[in-house]
Design a protein around this ligand. Structure first.
Ligand code: ADP
Ligand code: MG
Length: 293
């Protein structure tokens, strides 16, 4: 009876858009007591839009958009795509950058029309010892207070502008979080994004435990720390940055809308990329296990 029950379970799982890697996955869904949720692309749509632009005296919005946009056009990060889209809308076709470099979890750098440009988190400028003038520091604080991600732009050693970029929470996320709680799982939000944004999103969907400003290589350490506390950890993610953490989690769930790296590292794939299916997947897996026994 065992193989039949498994096939029924996985067959229905496929109908719901749930792909399970192997039968051992079912057992872990029963033991999991914690569910770590990546923010961008998992709890939120991952489709960011540029909402505000502030510049320093002497630099125009068009200039900041053009140089930052040219660089971001070469990056696949959702924030980069929002900046590049807004820049294209405002200034037309963007120049191609030279010596483009992606700095994971921080931003991008490269040469645009002879200028050495940096675009990314405030820490990227701090690391390069570029000071932030008070007008831009104010714009940055304001963006974060509104739950936007602040993106700073600098070239030739000077800070030039700050963008406020925002990403909407998926319609189904809050309901999905309460379903996960009802299944006995404590939700935890994990993100490289700043604390204010992370907490605004957590509040909106009903999560109390937040790990923010986590560098990509440290996401896996957050999972390990939770496991060291004796918790059995499920994790849902979509990005290349999530792959190691998904592989380390007791149960890794990947958004099918995410990257191949995340899908390969996971035990279970949610084809539709909807957090609500996470609760369905866990419920179905537990039920299938009960049928086998
Ligand atoms: P998340 O964990 O939210 O998916 P990442 O680890 O990819 O985020 O990035 C962490 C933070 O670094 C982002 O929230 C953003 O502030 C900044 N960042 C990373 N890449 C870029 C980029 N290309 N342009 C602007 N900011 C970036
Ligand atoms: Mg992500």
């Amino acid at each position: 009876a065992t193989p039949t029950a498994l096939m029924v379970g996985t067959g229905r799982g496929a109908q719901l858009g749930i792909l399970i890697k192997g039968p051992e996955v079912l057992e872990t869904t029963r033991r999991a007591d914690t569910i770590v949720l990546d923010k961008t692309g998992t709890v939120t749509t991952g489709r960011m839009t540029l909402q505000t632009t502030h510049t320093t005296h002497g630099t125009t919005t068009t200039e900041v958009l053009r140089l930052a946009g040219a660089l971001e056009n070469a990056s696949e990060h959702p924030i980069a795509q929002a900046v590049a889209a807004a820049a294209t809308d405002t200034t037309g076709p963007l120049p191609a950058p030279e010596d483009f470099q992606n700095i994971p979890g921080l931003g991008v750098q490269g040469i645009v029309e002879g200028h050495a440009v940096l675009v990314g988190r405030p820490r990227l400028l701090a690391d390069a010892a570029i000071p932030l003038p008070s007008a831009l520091a104010g714009a940055l604080a304001e963006a974060e207070e509104h739950g936007r991600t602040a993106v700073v732009v600098a070239w030739d050693g000077e800070a030039r502008g700050v963008f406020g970029v925002a990403d909407a929470v998926k319609d189904s996320s809050a309901a999905a979080v309460s379903e996960l709680r009802a299944l006995g799982l404590t939700p935890v939000l994990l993100t490289g994004d700043n604390r204010a944004v992370a907490e605004a999103v957590a509040r909106e969907v009903g999560i109390d435990e937040v790990h923010a400003e986590v560098l990509p290589e440290d996401k896996v350490n957050v999972v390990k720390r939770l496991q060291a506390e004796g918790r059995v950890v499920a994790m849902v993610g979509d990005g290349v940055n999530d792959a190691a953490a998904l592989a380390t989690a007791d149960l890794g769930l990947a958004m099918g809308t995410g990257t191949d790296a995340a899908i390969e590292a996971s035990d279970l794939t949610l084809v539709r990329g909807d957090l609500k299916v996470t609760a369905d997947a866990i419920r179905l897996s537990r039920r299938t296990l009960a049928t086998i026994r």
